[in-house]
Design a protein around this ligand. Structure first.
Ligand SMILES: [Zn+2]
Length: 251
């Protein structure tokens, strides 16, 4: 049994501001009774519970007739079309370790302004911060149906190589299962049979890793900021030189 009521909770929204994308962290401190008896048997307590909302976004069925001449509307239609669910589910059935890069349901990115708050919350169960985080580090959490993968992410744009700031994000994936399990969950996925709410548990080691990822993202963004600032300084010098030349010409 876990102590009730929770003493701390943290609601966070996604970078994209979509109201369907939320993450709720709840910390239940162990009750006094627990700390005497049960907890001694479980090394991993105390824990934080994470509830996330994620839905199936490959759901476009009809083409955008009203915007027939709008190229972007058609691109969105093909990008979000439900036939992709068949493709992902099929690949999962034949390959238990199938992993789509951007997840198979809605993905989520924490807002960078919230990372300090999240870090302070995770510190409730872990004073450690994992120092071995790299660009491609991953943290997996799973419940009995889904797995979500946390990792540092950043946006990239076609025809624009400006370095975007790093973010901490997660995306949902199928779990590794036996053949019949894969068939069952592949069909559930195709027909959209799942609740938008999914629940996970964070243990001390998970919190340490997530804190490490937050630190990594913040340090990288600080370095990026310094780099951008030095470009502006360089620019000022360049402007000053032009002004000097102008003044000399005027004389
Ligand atoms: Zn979002």
């Amino acid at each position: 049994m876990i102590g009730y009521p929770p003493t701390e909770e943290l609601y966070l929204g996604c970078e994209c501001m979509d109201l369907d994308h939320v993450a709720l962290f709840i910390y239940f401190p162990p009750s006094e009774e627990d700390s005497k008896s049960v907890i001694e048997d479980i090394d991993d307590l105390p824990t934080i519970f994470l509830s996330v909302s994620t839905r199936n976004y490959f759901e476009e069925v009809l083409p955008p007739i009203i915007y027939f001449y709008d190229k972007t509307a058609w691109q969105t239609f093909f990008y979000n079309n439900w036939y992709k669910r068949l493709w992902f589910a099929g690949r999962y059935i034949v390959n238990p370790t199938y992993l789509r890069e951007f997840g198979i349901l809605d993905a989520f990115d924490f807002q960078n302004k919230d990372l300090d708050k999240l870090d302070a919350f995770l510190a409730l169960i872990s004073s450690d911060i994992d120092d071995n985080i790299k660009e491609n580090s991953e943290l997996w959490l799973d419940d009995d149906r889904w797995a979500i993968r946390f990792q540092p992410t950043r946006l990239t744009f076609k025809n624009d190589d400006t370095e975007q700031p790093w973010q901490l994000g997660w995306e949902p994936h199928f779990k590794q299962r036996g053949f019949f399990g894969r068939i069952r969950y592949a069909f559930k996925y195709i027909f959209g049979i799942h609740s938008p709410e999914k629940n996970f548990t964070l243990y001390e080691k998970d919190a340490a890793k997530m804190r490490g990822m937050i630190k990594w993202v913040q340090e990288e963004n600080f370095a990026l900021l310094k780099k951008e600032a030095s470009k502006i300084e360089g620019m000022t010098e360049w402007m000053q030189n032009i002004n000097k030349k102008d003044e000399e010409n005027d004389k």
